[in-house]
Design a protein around this ligand. Structure first.
Ligand SMILES: Cc1cc2nc3c(=O)[nH]c(=O)nc-3n(C[C@H](O)[C@H](O)[C@H](O)COP(=O)(O)OP(=O)(O)OC[C@H]3O[C@@H](n4cnc5c(N)ncnc54)[C@H](O)[C@@H]3O)c2cc1C
Length: 395
């Protein structure tokens, strides 16, 4: 019998927070979201890739509207600079369908489906705590509120995690990722690259790292952006900020990329950009009644898995299933923890293997062909599932 009529408080109103709010409301709970920022979260606007079957499931279930734009492609193409030349060489092609989204449009689509749930902006949660009767408390500058369940969807520095898994801290990978977008107009003079990106997402290997490129919908209807994530084991430039990191990405492109790709990255205007030190962690258990962790609050995997938002969305689907299948809030949270704790640990381990193979010990990319790329992929997967390596897993 499903547990209904619960009061659920959600700390954080980003991807995980909005998705968890929808899940709770769909399962009959009264949900309140407390989000620290009072600005529009869509300003973060980067690329997010999700598996097409998850996208379809979220649309069918009503988490996302069918009108949220994506730029689906079915193929992954691996490139590097041709030996001794400045042009690109295709190393391999794999069938790996993805549905790239714009982070801001994804957030907006989720936020618009929260429905009757309350979403309070500009309300940082100072702390969470327990009541004497087994309930949960959220404390803000406005006072205390009591809930049956508190969802920590407050990202990698979660205050909720501090209560149920104190001491879990991110482990640095020792390398960096630059993430950004460039207007697709930058591809105007590069029709071959544009044609490729219409049907494929691209992994571009270079000594000491690699870049990932794909088109995403822009904020303006019909517009598109070229999204990228560039991983490099080179040390961070001193005093890294937006400007310095834009310069460094251009430097890497000019130094290591095939000339056509260097042109796009080095000359194009970067509309959004961020530098992240790569790190990961996972909590031993994703829920301890009456608290539950979702998204980055529960675990952060290295971004090579393209699974942080994916996991947050799957966390929400799991919460809804758990609430519908349990006769108590505590039972639902135990069911959730049994399923989601293992997934967080699996993704962290996979992210580490991919990071080692693709950044820490970069192969001699130009010397590789389809067989070598498949062997590298299979070795890094080590039997794990990843939608980014579709056809490799089926062989
Ligand atoms: C380079 C890179 C590429 C990536 N690519 C992909 C990809 O392709 N696919 C994918 O699935 N994932 C990807 N990810 C991961 C993905 O971006 C994150 O996992 C996801 O956005 C996390 O969402 P979240 O809601 O859990 O956390 P966040 O987005 O960090 O949200 C946490 C929210 O909580 C709020 N908050 C924090 N503290 C408080 C408080 N005390 N009170 C109230 N509110 C609070 C914050 O303001 C924020 O809005 C990538 C990550 C990186 C770095």
């Amino acid at each position: 019998m499903a547990v209904t009529g619960l009061r659920i408080g959600v700390v954080g109103g980003s991807i995980a927070g909005c998705a968890m709010a929808i899940a709770g409301a769909r399962a009959g709970a009264d949900v309140t979201v407390h989000e620290r920022s009072d600005g529009a979260l869509q300003d973060r606007g980067f690329g997010i890739v999700i598996p097409p079957p998850l996208h379809r499931e979220l649309v069918t279930a009503g988490y996302l509207g069918a009108d949220m734009p994506t730029t689906p492609v079915a193929t992954r193409v691996w490139l590097a600079r041709a030996p001794g030349r400045r042009s690109a060489r295709e190393l391999a092609r794999q069938q790996a369908p993805v549905a790239p989204c714009n982070w801001g449009l994804l957030w907006r689509a989720l936020h618009s489906n929260i429905g009757g749930g309350a979403y309070h902006r500009g309300r940082p949660v100072d702390s969470v705590g327990r009541t004497s009767s087994g309930g949960a408390l959220i404390r803000t500058a406005d006072g205390e509120r009591e809930y049956d369940i508190v969802v920590g969807a407050d990202g990698h520095r979660s205050v909720t995690r501090e209560l149920i898994a104190p001491g879990v801290r991110p482990a640095p990978a020792g390398y960096l990722v630059w993430r950004g977008t460039i207007p697709a107009d930058a591809l105007r003079d590069h029709p071959e690259q544009l044609d490729l990106l219409e049907t494929a997402w691209v992994t571009l290997g270079f000594p000491g790292g690699h870049g990932v490129f794909y088109l995403i919908p822009g904020a303006e209807p019909g517009s598109r952006l070229l999204a990228y994530a560039i991983y490099a084991s080179a040390p961070a430039p001193a005093g890294s900020d937006g400007q310095v990191s834009a310069g460094y990405v251009r430097h890497i492109a000019e130094e290591h990329f095939p000339v056509e790709w260097a042109d796009v990255v080095a000359r194009g205007e970067h509309t959004s950009q961020a530098l992240h030190p790569v790190a990961d962690f996972v909590v031993p258990r994703a829920a301890e009644p009456p608290f539950l962790l979702a998204g980055d609050a529960a675990s952060v995997t290295r971004p090579h898995t393209a699974s942080g938002a994916v996991k947050a969305l799957q966390d929400a689907l799991c919460l809804e299933r758990s609430l519908r299948a349990s006769s108590s809030a505590a039972g639902a949270l135990r069911r959730y923890a049994d399923e989601r704790s293992a997934e967080g640990a699996r993704l962290v381990a996979l992210g580490r293997r991919l990071g080692r193979a693709l950044v820490e010990h970069t192969p001699d990319w130009p010397a590789m062909g389809p067989a070598e790329v498949d062997a590298l992929s299979r070795a890094a997967l080590d039997g794990a599932d990843s939608y980014l390596y579709g056809s490799v897993q089926r062989e």
